[in-house]
Ligand binder design. Sequence first.
Ligand code: GUN
Length: 285
Amino acid sequence: MTALAIDGAAQAGAVLADVRARAARMARRPGLAVILVGDDPASHVYVRSKLKRAAEVGFESRTARFSLEVSEADILAHVAAFNAAPEVDGILVQLPLPDHINTLRVMAAIDPDKDVDGLHALNAGKVAQGGAGGLTPCTPLGCLMLIKSVAPDLTGMNAVVLGSSNIVGKPMAALLLAERATVTVAHIHTRDTPFLCCGADVLVTAVGKPRLVRADWIKPGAIVIDVGINRVATPEGGSRLVGDVDFDAVREVASAITPVPGGVGPMTIACLMLNTLTAAQARQV
Ligand code: GUN
């Protein structure tokens, strides 16, 4: 069987069209504020894409850029200013932050109602309790939409999540649990990850290791969602992006699989816009 390649770009386009239409009906344009620290090229690329999409759906946006040496106090002061700014509906602090800044402390400083990344403990707690009323981290939310586009009912399925980060693995596991799947989270200390993967009806990988997941890890007919974005060298001396999954081989075993690029990435950004709209609507009633 050759798996269906799940078209994340197309599904993201549909989400963005809906966000744009709903934003156009609002009395005030939704506003997104971004904090970017340092000169990590990948973070700059991600932020540029987010700002471009924000403009396309009719949002106002502003960016506060800082050098790597910025103090935590300075970042916290900017978060406080964005919390207080009436025209800012969503605040996003691009991660990773440098080691001298405590990420959890910065997340805790964001007004939970403006926490469009869903990383404040209050929103993380709501996701852990089943999701009602909070803002959900963008990548897991996008992954769930992609999964449900091919399997609307996950009741009783075995789901395996590779990676246990606060931004992807943990909320992903919580969302799958809320969909009544049986969820296993594997991480760097897990003893036999391939064995666990072999039982997965749904496999979500977010580990950042190029082509780690091989065809013999995959249950025939599984749904495979690849969150990894890894840059690898090509024989021609250039570079290209690959996921955590050996796409060409796994495609012959799975029933549906997300490509890299063009799978999860566009959905993450679309869900950021969706969360910003949700936050704006909640604040403007
Ligand atoms: N760094 C990598 N992915 C993300 C994301 O989704 N949100 C933020 N804030 N930082 C990231």
